[in-house]
Design a protein around this ligand. Structure first.
Ligand code: 3EB
Length: 336
């Protein structure tokens, strides 16, 4: 973050968003850019002069910032970044059995506010949504907390007459430390994206009921509908078909994930002219369940993506207990 602080005001004009994962003190609100803070410890980051350990999105400014209820947003007329945090405690009804009910209510409130802001601001299409909440694998009231999150998220999509299969946003949903609020942030557009699925995987909206009574609502990847054709790859796990693969083996899971990401890059390249997205040129974020696995995951990943690729490692829980890591990616196409 020290690197981020050094920039002049002109640099900040082109900053759409900063997401901090290290929990440090960041006196950058002065620059007019609100900071999204996620309580996921950084386990490693590629040395990068501009970004350090934060996630920084830069686009051509000028930017416009504001707040609507809990939602902080900033946009350049083409893309909008929006984020919010909701404390589950706000929705607890006083009984301990409320553990899942409070998460459901917080998720519903958060998603309603988020979509309301996107529609009012005329960026109705979320391209990519990031979700963080605590104790994702914990059993609570007939099912894991992730299942409750899925139910509440899908309820809001249905209620707002949004599609729950096919044209859905790319996403990730991972677990952070106990007592952290639900934090959701997204990148949204005025133009519909091209949603992509992975031929090696069952679509998440078609998962069988063994993974929860309500399916997760996300696409495996999408390409922004504007001229930039930015590729957003959702959190990608070691899942083939609908089944988790290589339980207990983080190296094999990493290799399976790279096969999934290669398949998604293939699907993306089939939708643009030429082989324009390349594994070596994407920016990666890796969620690692057990910190001690990071070095071996990094070795496996580097063999595939190369030493130069930008990779940020965060400690977070993955939504199925048998999954040890999940990898997301973003990239722009090579010039023709
Ligand atoms: C999976 O493929 C792994 O619930 O939004 C990946 C991406 C996963 C997004 C979500 C979950 C989500 O099912 C988990």
């Amino acid at each position: 973050m020290n690197e981020v602080r050094r920039h002049p005001a002109s640099w900040w004009q082109d900053v759409l968003a900063v997401v901090s994962f290290d929990g440090g003190v960041h006196p950058m609100a002065a620059a007019g850019v609100s900071l999204t803070d996620v309580k996921a410890p950084v386990l490693g980051a590629t040395a990068d002069g501009d970004h350090g350990t934060a996630e920084v999105w830069r686009l051509a400014g000028p930017m416009h910032s504001g707040q609507r209820g809990r939602v902080c947003y900033r946009h350049n007329g083409r893309l909008l970044f929006a984020s919010l945090s909701v404390a589950e405690a706000e929705f607890a009804d006083g009984t301990t059995a409320g553990a899942a009910t409070a998460l459901r209510r917080a998720t519903e409130a958060g998603y309603r506010e988020m979509f309301d802001a996107l529609e009012t601001l005329a960026f109705p299409y979320p391209l990519r949504i990031w979700n963080f909440f605590s104790d994702i694998n914990l059993a609570a009231e007939d099912g894991e907390r992730y299942w409750h999150f899925n139910g509440a998220r899908q309820d809001v999509f249905i209620d707002l007459k949004r599609s729950i299969a096919g044209n859905v946003p790319a996403a990730s949903a991972v677990g952070v430390a106990t007592c952290s609020p639900l934090t959701v942030y997204c990148i949204a557009s005025a133009q519909a994206p091209i949603a992509l699925e992975n031929p090696r995987q069952c679509s998440a909206w078609d998962y069988p009921a063994q993974y929860g009574p309500r399916s997760p609502t996300f696409a495996r990847a999408c390409i922004s509908g504007d001229a930039a054709q930015t590729l957003f790859i959702s959190g990608t796990a070691s899942i083939v078909g609908h089944a988790s693969a290589h339980a207990g083996d983080q190296r094999e899971q990493t290799r399976e994930i790279v096969r999934n990401i290669r398949a998604l890059i293939g699907a993306a390249n089939a939708r643009v002219d030429g082989q324009r997205y390349r594994l070596e040129h994407l920016h990666y974020k890796v969620y690692v369940r057990q910190a001690e696995h990071q070095p071996s995951i990094d070795r496996e990943l580097r063999q595939e993506v190369g030493a130069a690729a930008r990779v940020l490692y965060l400690k977070a829980d993955i939504c199925r207990p048998d999954l040890l890591l999940e990898i997301e990616a973003v990239g722009t196409p090579e010039p023709l």
